[in-house]
Each structure stands twice: as C-alpha cells, then as structure tokens.
Design a protein around this ligand. Structure first.
Ligand SMILES: *[C@@H]1O[C@H](CO)[C@@H](O)[C@H](O)[C@H]1NC(C)=O
Ligand SMILES: *[C@@H]1O[C@H](CO)[C@@H](O)[C@H](O)[C@H]1NC(C)=O
Length: 365
C-alpha cells in the first residue's frame, strides 16, 4: 500500500514538473533582475571610482573573496552576493564599472555607495559618494539604456518582475546624526523628528522608483548600530554592553519603516513592499552567537585600537585567522559568515525576519 502511494506521488510530481516547465498556467518564480540601492554594507565597488575616503579596494578586504579586494566592505561576499546565489542571478555589476552597459546590465545593477545615505549631506565628511537620490538618478540613466534593448511592453513586464533592494539609513546616523562635531542634525532634531524626516525622504525615492515601473521592493531596516566595534570603541558603555542610545535612535527609524511598508502595501495595489528585520536578525546572532558558531562578538577581525574598532581596517593589516568565528570584519561591517545568514533570512525567513512576505514569496507573486 505504502509503495503504491509513493508511486502515485512521484507520478503526480512528474506531471507537475512537466506542467511548470512548459510554463502552462504557472508564473515564472524568478526575478528578471535585481536593482540595488544602499550603503557600504552592500557596495560592490562603486566607490572605487569616486574620490572618497570610504573605500575597500585594498588588501586585506576580500581576503576570502574569489576576486580579492573588489571594493566590498567584507572579507568575502555581501548580502547581495548571497541573495544573488539564492535567486540564481549572476553577480551584479557596480554602476560605476565601465563594463556596466548594454547587455551587462540586463540582470540588474548595484548602485550602493559607501558613506551614502538618505540625506544629501550624509557622509560628506568622507568625500564623494552617491546619496539615495543620486542612486535613483543613476538607475534612470540605466533605464534609458534598457529602453533601447526592449519594446515598451517587454520593458514594463521586465520592471514589474525585477527585485528592488534598498538598504539605507545607517550612514544618516553614523556619518551624520551621531557625529555632532561635524553635523548639526543632532542638535537641531530630536531622535523622533529626525527619524520622521529620514522616512519622509525615503518614501519620496521609493515612490519615484515605483513611478518608473518597479513593483517589488525589499527594504532593509538598520541593524543594531550600537553594537558595532566603532560604537563600542567610544568607551561610552561597559564591556559586554551595546551603546543603548544608538540602538534606541535606529529603532525609532525602523519602527517608522515598518509602518511605511504597511502604508505602501495598502495604498499602492499592484506592487509589494517587504521590510527586512536586520535589527532583529542581527541581534539574534549577537545574542545567540555560540549557537551560530561565533566566538568573537565585540571586536573587528581587522582594525586598530579599542575593540579593534577605533580605526578601521587599514591597507596591508593582518586580519584575524579564524574569520568564520567573528561577527564583525572591521569597525563597521559584518563578516561574510553573518552576511550569509542575513541573506538566507531575507530570502526564506518567517515574518519576524521579513514582513509581510519574504523574498522567495515575492518572487512568486
Ligand atoms: C497612504 O494613505 C493614507 C490614507 O490616505 C495616507 O494618510 C498616507 O499618507 C499614505 N501613505 C503613503 C506612504 O502613501
Ligand atoms: C537574548 O537572549 C535571551 C535568552 O536567550 C532572551 O531572554 C533575551 O530576550 C534576548 N534579548 C534580546 C534583546 O533579544
């Protein structure tokens, strides 16, 4: 009896596979492309071509990456690289890469720029960078090229089936609000008012992308910045504790982002918006580090001074050997081991990780 049942199931499965591969009545569960807007955590090397202090195109960055130092702020892959693997989308070109033209942009482009933020002035202490609005303009530039490669109807289907990833806001705190020696925002705005301003500006750009034809949006929240080696190195907090104020202010931003996602989903039918709970996922990794295989949670693998976080990873410094056991690669950025976990949770995690749907579910919508 059992055998027959199994056989039935196998035959039924074979029919399903045959139907889906012939495309009859089944939506193609793949994104056409991936367009990425963000900061250093996902910059694939855009800043290599800018006059910026925020660069990572030198050894030992990329020590575990097939191409060596590419400009990624990690020992290896970024969240976008891992998501691309899961979605079967080849590595995206950086917008500033001279080869990012013609057919090479058909599976998407990465516009993320280290030190860039939602506000125009964010990160100006580090030199040139692409702000969120610059990144949207760069996408429009690519869109003109895409228009020459397909007709109007093809283009609108292509854009509707593309995944947009936005990971912004960290620099609006680290390289703006929390740097009172350079920026006045910390004096002028209360944390609540500042979060309101950021989310208002963010909304404008998300809707601009929607107006251009994009329909599927993953919007990552800010992680627990109060726990990164750069913040721990301020010495504002006893060993083993994160900087509470920093975590509090970024949480205010995240709360507003969740509410924005709810509003966008109810106001704009025909498009979908998901919130990636980076804060919760990252905090879980910090809080349960041993279960994830991490033994060092409060120091950069490469860096100088207190918590290896006072000065970030300098050219030719010798990184730690056991990189898979470190949560942080440098003063600001996680190791690829953490990036992989974050990508998987965005891809297939429960609603506590990715709300109201995850990336895998978005692909099927
Ligand atoms: C969504 O619609 C509500 C009700 O009209 C409005 O108050 C809110 O500002 C809208 N939000 C967005 C992001 O469009
Ligand atoms: C950290 O973990 C402990 C026990 O696993 C739990 O009780 C606590 O709520 C967690 N803290 C946070 C902030 O997630």
């Amino acid at each position: 009896m059992t055998k027959i049942k199994w056989l039935d199931l196998i035959l039924f499965g074979a029919v399903l596979v045959a139907v889906s591969s012939s495309g009859v009545g089944m939506a193609d569960p793949h994104f056409s492309a991936m367009f990425v807007f963000g900061d250093s955590i996902i910059d694939p090397g855009n800043n290599n071509y800018l006059n910026s202090l925020a660069k990572a195109n030198y050894v030992p960055y990329g020590v575990d990456f097939s191409e060596g130092p590419s400009g990624r702020f990690s020992n290896g892959k970024t969240i976008i690289d891992y998501l691309g693997d899961l979605l079967e989308i080849p590595a995206l070109p950086a917008y500033t890469n001279p080869f990012a033209t013609g057919k090479n942009i058909l599976r998407g482009v990465n516009y993320a720029s280290a030190a860039g933020g939602i506000l125009e002035e964010t990160g100006q202490n580090l030199g040139e960078r692409f702000s969120l609005s610059d990144q949207v303009q760069n996408f429009e530039d690519n869109l003109n090229q895409l228009k020459s490669q397909m007709d109007d109807q093809e283009l609108s289907i292509y854009l509707a089936k593309a995944l947009v990833i936005l990971i912004h806001g960290s620099n609006d705190y680290i390289n703006n609000y929390l740097l009172p020696s350079i920026f006045s925002t910390g004096y002028v705005y209360s944390p609540k008012d500042y979060a309101d301003i950021l989310v208002k500006r963010y909304t404008r750009q998300i809707l601009a992308l929607r107006n251009l034809g994009l329909r599927k949006f993953f919007i990552g929240g800010i992680g627990p910045l109060g726990c990164i080696p750069n913040q721990l190195a301020t010495g504002l907090t006893p060993p083993g504790k994160c900087v509470a104020f920093t975590n509090e202010v970024v949480r205010m931003f995240n709360t507003r982002l969740i509410s924005l996602v709810d509003q966008l989903n109810s106001n704009y039918t025909g498009s979908i918006y998901a919130y990636g709970n980076t804060f919760g996922a990252f905090y879980d990794i910090l809080n349960n580090s041993k279960e994830y295989g991490f033994s060092v949670i409060d120091r950069g693998c490469c860096g100088v001074g207190r918590n290896q976080g006072q000065i970030t990873c300098l050219p030719f410094s010798v990184p730690c050997a056991n990189r898979n056991q470190y949560i942080f690669w440098d003063a600001f950025h996680p190791t690829q081991a953490v990036n992989q976990i974050l990508a998987r949770r965005a891809y297939s995690g429960p609603t506590s990780d990715c709300y109201p749907v995850n990336v895998q579910q978005m692909a099927q919508m």
